[in-house]
Design a protein around this ligand. Sequence first.
Ligand code: FES
Length: 130
Amino acid sequence: MSTDRPDAPLGASEIVCPLDSLGTEDARGFQLGGGEWPLQGIVVRHAGVVHAYVNRCPHAGHPLHLAQDRFLSKDRQFLVCASHGALFELATGRCIAGPCAGASLTPLKVCVERHLVMLDPTVNIADYQQ
Ligand code: FES
């Protein structure tokens, strides 16, 4: 979930994407950190709130997408894993159908500063690199 801090100075946290690059019900992938195993994430804008998750399905550990930025179900109500069809709630990352029902995507704390979606400064990217 994001917090909006329009007047706060930009911190040292990492930029995920411009807020305007996300539609009103939208999701896209991002990558942060260096090395061979950078953090692979998904950022979601749903009902005016920005959420982010590690792009790793709790079923078999695959990235959710096969095609670039194709994360949403056709009705745009769920994140869908392209491997075996698991459906995840946009606002919580909880799997509501599929082989890992009841499991959840790993959330990443983000904030919005000056129209940029930023990884929250408390998040240590190295803790999430795969
Ligand atoms: S790896 Fe996602 S449903 Fe199997």
